[in-house]
Design a protein around this ligand. Structure first.
Ligand code: HEC
Ligand code: HEC
Length: 486
């Protein structure tokens, strides 16, 4: 039964590869996505596999978790014996898997203990396809008293597409800032004189670092990140640096699943999850690696026509001519109004890899975002030699005013601070804002207070035409169309 079972999961990986020799799997083409006959076949295969797995679960409850644990065995992953596509496939299955909680659902979470409030990742991250954002009714009610909705901070599920690139950008920025700090400390010690350095990574300014003559660091003028100078691209308030941390937190908070990884992340965190006493791991570290590889491999959002200068006679992408003028105008308004000062249109990425590290073994699996991820993937810009990521974010936290203050502290971050949300894919991720209470982009703009209040004011003074054009531009930031079997 077991060999048959394993093959069933692996069938996904290609042409009935015999387990466990799977190294050659890395030579398989990345998962076909988008449109066309291959995509239709793939959508059909996924639909059929889902139903087969449901039947297996019906016959042998617990089947999917047992079998995926065998395939995504961290010891084998660390020995380089499991290929990316297998991990992607296992992660994809787990992302849609129904985790049946052994306690009753609780709509409002209890502190850092969580719900459980639902059964699958796809139940919250679904808009525009798997890994998308969630609706208002999918909000997680974080850090509450387990009862009253008003006791909790409502958080809307953000879209996860492009997460691999976001993590990679964050890591490169963190490395740049760490190098600036190390250099400043060394220089201060050498010259025995206090110095100040402007912290700039990928062109984004994070304030000033003061270093005294003995090399002691003072972070009082650091802006938009924590004193450890780590860029944290995940969570509405920028609470996590890696996909792995968020995935581990998600399984614990939403499904009540226990993992060794959660305990280890908690031990290293200033804001730990409250874990149950029981030590029974319900997901293995390898399964969390697979889930993280899947999230890291999600497609990149698109933007059509592509970034300026737009050739109006032949705009990249299938765009109706009358829309091109609107788009170009909206793109300009976005800059001149000041939106782009926080929602920085593009950041250059040097190495297109997302590293997924198991805190249990310390082993790292690297996802090549330019070749192994779902299409559309990130591509190298021939002019600069870097990969241009159209994130529309500065990866910094900003003060959005008292009207947006959270009730609880998250990751030690002040109540009014929120991370500039990446606007890529924003056309497909309504509703908006951390609490999902902005039904449209216009509502979202009206919610911008604090540091963004002046820009909001400028927006209210726009002509109707400019406002329409801005809306056209934001609507063009979307997910590529794809085929799926519901
Ligand atoms: C109950 C709804 C819900 C479920 C179920 C859920 N999530 Fe989320 N997810 C959220 C919310 C809300 C956030 C934002 C959390 C925050 O701001 O701290 C989030 C954030 C994330 C992020 C970070 C995204 C970003 O850019 O900030 C990742 C990655 C993620 N979830 C993965 C998962 C995975 C994997 C699963 C399944 C194991 C899952 N989520 C299940 C609601 C959900
Ligand atoms: C001072 C920095 C800043 C400026 C300027 C700014 N934003 Fe934002 N924006 C943010 C932050 C921070 C968030 C996340 C808010 C939250 O946590 O709810 C955000 C969120 C958004 C969202 C919601 C995204 C989502 O997925 O829910 C939209 C849409 C948006 N901004 C559009 C704009 C537009 C259009 C402009 C110009 C009129 C603009 N922003 C100007 C910082 C800024």
């Amino acid at each position: 039964v077991n060999r048959y079972a394993l093959l069933l999961v692996l069938a996904a990986c290609g042409d009935n590869l015999p387990p466990p020799t799977v190294r050659e799997c890395s030579h398989l083409a990345p998962p076909p996505t988008g449109m066309g006959l291959d995509a239709a076949r793939e959508a059909h295969r996924r639909g059929a596999l889902r139903q087969r797995l449901r039947y297996r679960e019906a016959i042998e409850p617990g089947y999917v978790l047992r079998e995926t644990a065998l395939v995504a065995d961290q010891a084998r992953i660390d020995r380089d014996q499991v290929c990316g596509q297998e991990l992607y496939e296992v992660g994809r299955i787990l992302f849609a898997h129904d985790f049946i909680p052994d306690e009753p659902f609780r709509r409002v979470q209890v502190g850092r203990r969580g719900g459980p409030e639902t059964t699958s990742c796809t139940s919250c991250h679904w808009r525009g396809g798997a890994g998308g954002a969630g609706g208002y009714t999918d909000n997680a009610l974080l850090r509450g008293d387990g009862d009253r909705v008003t006791s909790a901070d409502a958080r809307n599920p953000p879209s996860l597409i492009g997460s691999g690139v976001a993590q990679a950008l964050g890591e490169e920025m963190t490395a740049e800032l760490a190098a600036l700090r190390a250099d400043a400390i060394a220089r201060a010690r050498r010259t025995e004189a206090a110095i100040e350095v402007e912290l700039v990574a990928k062109g984004i300014a994070f304030g000033t670092l003061h270093v005294d003559a003995r090399g002691n660091v003072d972070t009082r003028d650091v802006r938009g990140i924590d004193p450890d100078l780590v860029v944290r691209p995940f969570g509405w308030k920028g609470t996590a640096a890696t996909i792995h941390e968020m995935v581990t937190e998600a399984t614990a908070l939403h499904f009540g699943v226990e993992t060794e990884d959660a305990a280890l992340h908690a031990a290293a965190s200033a804001d730990p999850l409250e874990l149950a006493d029981s030590v029974a791991a319900e997901l293995t570290t390898g399964q969390l690696t697979a889930l993280s590889v899947y999230v890291a491999s999600l497609e990149l959002p698109i933007m059509t026509p592509h970034e300026a200068p737009v050739d109006r006679a032949d705009p990249a992408g299938p765009v109706q001519p009358y829309l091109v003028d609107e788009w170009v105008r909206g793109r300009e308004v976005f800059d001149t109004l000041g939106c782009a000062s926080c929602h920085v249109p593009s950041l250059p990425l040097t190495r297109a890899t997302a590293a997924i590290t198991s805190p249990v073994t310390g082993g790292t699996f690297a996802v090549d975002l330019a070749t192994q991820a779902e299409a559309p993937r990130i591509t190298r810009d021939p002019a600069s030699g870097a990969y241009q990521a159209f994130v529309f974010s500065d990866f910094k936290r900003h003060d959005l005013g008292a009207e947006n203050a959270s009730q609880h502290m998250h990751g030690g971050i002040a109540p009014r601070l929120y991370l500039t949300r990446r606007l890529w894919g924003v056309g497909d991720s309504a509703p908006y804002f951390h609490d999902g209470e902005a039904a449209t982009v216009d509502h979202a703009i009206r919610r911008h207070g604090g540091e963004a209040a002046a820009v909001r004011q400028a927006w209210t003074e726009l002509s109707t035409e400019d406002r329409n054009a801005l809306r056209v531009f934001l609507t063009s930031l979307r997910r590529a169309p794809r085929l799926g079997v519901p």
